[in-house]
Ligand binder design. Structure first.
Ligand code: KG4
Ligand code: ZN
Length: 342
């Protein structure tokens, strides 16, 4: 019997139905991109309200597309951490109500671990532990030593902006849309990635697996509008825009690769699993593929629709169910990252 998974950590309202053998019967994602576009980033209050409006239709749609009758569900799974508190609460409340009404077990799961579990869903035979995990999204940039689907230690992560957040802010500086990642990727096509020498903070520091993106963002800002320039500088266009976008993208990808390389060296893991919205980026994917080929490690990269937020990766809840674990209806949300673990 399958489970219903619900995911509302940030600005995507998602539900999916996944069987015990990890087959995805349906996966529905209602994006709020258009709602947040005018602010160039996620507005938490707007996100929670949109989740409230969308959660029931999204769950209905996922159930309908799966063809599974409600009574045939084995459990209700929901992402409980980390994320925006108001957003998490909507998904968790919905999951509790459904679990209570149908008298099914409720199982909470971790969103960051679920991003990596997408690799297991996409390639069950190739996923092995221990591995190095990279989660790169709008809210997280974490390097993890992953010893099982549910157990992982944080090796390092961003000390300021998440890499996806840097893409979003860079996009806004360049007068492009939201979300910034796909907009920058498109604008960078045909641009010269070496035209501007943007900083790669911490990339050469072999003593740390931490990353930093705020200096890169500031460097781009000063290229677009030099200190002292008029407040109203027109946004870059044509080849200048393409070169700025390509140089920014290259610097962000180089920064990530430097720490991925160091994490693999330090842990001596032979497998690298990646996930999160930024891993949908073509340059990052190609760079990781070349690195894996040159270093002989096994690389797992989910298909793009499993990189960005979705509820199919909530299949990770099966791992808890198979250990005999479940949660009570008192289950609480945990908005922040857990120190030392993620
Ligand atoms: O995993 P995700 O959907 O949500 C969070 O958990 O944050 O990631 C969203 C982030 C956004 O910052 C978005 O700009 C970035 O992923 N992103 C990309 C691309 N597609 C999405 N960044 C770079 N290149 C892309 N193609
Ligand atoms: Zn995410």
């Amino acid at each position: 019997m399958p489970l219903l998974a619900i995911e509302t950590t940030c600005d995507e309202t998602a539900a999916a139905v996944v069987t015990r053998s990890r087959e995805i019967l349906s996966s529905v994602v209602a994006s709020q991109e258009q709602l947040h576009a005018r602010w160039h980033g996620v507005v938490p209050e707007v996100a929670s309200r949109a989740h409230v409006e969308r959660i029931v239709p999204v769950i209905d749609e996922a159930m309908q597309r799966s063809g599974v009758p409600r009574d045939a569900l084995e459990a209700v799974a929901v992402a409980i951490r980390p994320g925006l508190v108001g957003s998490l609460l909507v998904g968790v409340s919905a999951a509790k109500m459904i679990a209570m009404a149908l008298e099914k077990p409720l199982v909470g799961y971790d969103h960051v671990a679920a991003h990596l579990y997408a690799c297991r869903l996409a390639a069950p035979d190739r996923m092995r532990y221990p591995c190095v995990g990279l989660v790169a999204s709008g809210g997280h940039t974490s390097l993890l030593h992953v010893t099982s689907p549910l157990e992982m230690e944080r090796l390092g992560g961003t000390i300021d902006d998440a890499v996806g957040e840097a893409f979003d802010k860079a996009s806004s500086l360049l007068g492009l849309g939201y979300p910034g990642g796909p907009a920058i990727e498109q604008a960078a096509r045909g641009g010269n990635p070496r035209a501007y020498r943007f900083p790669r903070p911490l990339a050469r520091d072999r003593d740390t697996l931490d990353l930093s993106f705020s200096g890169l963002k500031t460097a781009l800002r000063y290229q677009v509008r030099p200190p002292g320039a008029a407040a109203e500088v027109p946004p870059p266009e044509g080849s200048r825009l393409a070169d700025l976008a390509a140089s920014f993208q290259q610097a962000a990808v180089d920064s990530v690769l430097a720490k991925v390389r160091l994490a693999v060296e330090r842990t001596r893991c032979e497998v690298l699993a990646v996930g999160g919205g930024v891993t949908a980026n073509t340059l990052l994917r190609e760079t990781l593929v070349s690195y894996a080929a040159e270093s002989g490690i096994e690389l797992l990269v989910p298909p793009r629709e499993l990189c960005t937020d979705n509820a199919a990766m909530g299949a990770i809840a099966w791992e808890r169910i198979e250990r005999g674990e479940r949660d009570s209806l008192d289950l609480e949300v945990v908005p922040g990252l857990i120190r030392g673990r993620r």
